[in-house]
Write a protein that binds this ligand. Structure first.
Ligand code: HEC
Ligand code: HEC
Ligand code: HEC
Length: 413
């Protein structure tokens, strides 16, 4: 934590250093800044197989219709990892998506966002990665279908959608806003999940952070719209959610967002979290029906669960042990789900996802686990009835075709 704070201060300080002239000698790498940015950019979550050695690669990314690709080993091993690369080669891979020998990377690696980082920041990341123990773990070969298997096609994709340059601060905005924009658009790559895509799979900048579906979950609208975005959240709630994964009255981060908080955002300094909040606040409202926050939650202390439907009875026996009758967490506030968008929005999409996949998040007080309910004796209809009950008990949403929604979520896994 101390390291993160130091890193944060250094990170914040480097913004004010004027950009070096092209001919100036590069500054010596700063490992502490590198460690901080490696976390802010969440490199570990993708470059680590489940239960595997950190940064040794092997996590599979399955792209429907395209194939399966594996994140490579980025430890300093000279053959299996990137130990033999020069700094220039590393900067080119991370900022331009071009690895040694002209190998064009697929944008599953978020280089278009990382292009916002300066060469110096990326060299710092390299300097930090170089301090890790080398791992000789080989990365499995990708199984990408033709024609996507032709990496050089990415040249055209980059022409359409490709990386921007790192840009200068906007002098009309505060230093905080500029730092927030850098963190959100650069290392944080929030738009990779929260911005809708164009037909060529680029980010649709006209609807930046307007919400999108990612791996079956809805990554909600982060614009300042009151009903479908973050407009009704207070600054303190937003900061609490980003730094801990839970905000009172807005629920707990699950799915990919649990990974983002658990591996990345919770290590950021309070100043940097605040800077992100300042920037997110400035995004003009965009209204999206799918992200509508649905209605109300039962008043706290509502201990009487209706027992008149299958869904209500199943909730009482299966869920209330952790979430109580009124949605408050029995063991910890991480299980307090009242007010969460996922209880009603988008026909309960994330609610169904969490029932089918479960969720887990690293927190300062240990791992928070929500178990999944597949193969444990509950039928699709049971899960559908539970979901319908949750939606109507805690929100004003009208569930439809929930059994189909459960089956779709199961099939996608
Ligand atoms: C969202 C997941 C994701 C994140 C986050 C991510 N990467 Fe990657 N990265 C990938 C994937 C997938 C590939 C392989 C792409 C391919 O095969 O074209 C890759 C490729 C790379 C490569 C090229 C390796 C090679 O052998 O060619 C490097 C270097 C790299 N990533 C470094 C990083 C660093 C540093 C960070 C953090 C700043 C990072 N990655 C964050 C998914 C990710
Ligand atoms: C890998 C995908 C991914 C990335 C990257 C990501 N998010 Fe998310 N985010 C999600 C998903 C999925 C949800 C929905 C989580 C849930 O239902 O519990 C979410 C939820 C949220 C929420 C809660 C919104 C609400 O209305 O409940 C906030 C705030 C948020 N993200 C902010 C961010 C910020 C800021 C970043 C960048 C630092 C970011 N996210 C990066 C996937 C992502
Ligand atoms: C063993 C305790 C436990 C049980 C049993 C349990 N949950 Fe959870 N649930 C949690 C925890 C902890 C979280 C937060 C997980 C995270 O952040 O990854 C959570 C998260 C959720 C969320 C996400 C809320 C949000 O804010 O986005 C929903 C919805 C949910 N649970 C519904 C249910 C339902 C419905 C059941 C019964 C079928 C159930 N849970 C059973 C512990 C539990």
């Amino acid at each position: 934590m101390c390291g993160a704070l130091v890193g944060g201060v250094i990170g914040a300080a480097t913004m004010f250093v004027p950009a070096p002239h092209a001919h100036a000698t590069p500054l010596p790498p700063n490992v502490e800044n590198g460690r901080y940015l490696t976390r802010a950019a969440d490199c570990e979550v993708c470059h680590t197989a489940e239960g595997g050695t950190p940064y040794a690669g092997g996590r599979a990314f399955s792209l429907p219709g395209i194939g399966v690709m594996y994140a490579p080993n980025i430890t300093p091993d000279k053959t299996a990892g990137i130990g033999a690369w020069t700094d220039e080669q590393f900067v080119s891979a991370v900022r331009k998506g071009v690895s040694p020998h002209g190998k064009r990377l697929y944008p599953a690696m978020p280089y278009p966002a990382y292009a916002r980082m300066s060469d110096k920041d990326v060299r710092d990341i390299r300097a930090y990665l170089a301090t890790l123990p080398p791992s000789s773990q080989k990365t499995p070969a990708n199984t990408i279908h033709f024609p996507f298997s032709i990496r050089s096609l990415m040249v055209f994709w980059n022409m359409l959608n490709g990386p921007a340059a790192s840009y200068a601060d906007d002098p009309a905005q505060s230093a905080e806003w500029n730092r927030g924009r850098y963190l959100v658009e650069g290392p944080g790559h929030c738009g990779d999940c929260h911005t809708p895509r164009t037909r060529t799979f680029g980010l649709d900048s006209s609807r930046a952070l307007g919400g999108n579906i990612i791996n079956g979950w809805r990554a909600y609208n982060l614009t300042s719209d009151r009903q479908s975005g973050l407009g009704a959240w207070s600054d303190a709630e937003l900061a609490q959610y980003l730094s801990t994964g839970h905000a009172d009255g807005h629920g707990t981060a699950t799915g990919d967002m649990a990974d983002v908080v658990g591996h990345s955002l919770r290590y950021l300094s309070a100043q940097d979290i605040h800077a992100m909040v300042v920037y997110l606040r400035s995004i003009p409202p965009l209204h999206t029906a799918e992200d509508m926050l649905e209605g109300t939650t039962p008043p706290a202390g509502d201990a009487a669960l209706p027992q008149n439907t299958r869904g209500a009875r199943l909730y009482a026996s299966t869920c209330a042990g952790c979430h109580m009758a009124d949605g408050t967490g029995r063991q910890s506030s991480f299980a307090t789900i009242t007010g969460a968008r996922s209880l009603g929005a988008d026909n309960g999409r994330n609610l169904v996802q969490v029932l089918v996949q479960g969720s887990g998040m690293q927190t300062a007080t240990g791992v928070q686990i929500m178990p999944h309910f597949v193969g444990g004796g509950l039928s699709d209809r049971d899960l559908a009835d539970i979901a319908s009950f949750v939606m109507t008990h805690f929100t004003t949403a009208t569930p439809h075709n929930m059994e189909q929604a459960v089956q779709d979520a199961k099939r996608a896994n």
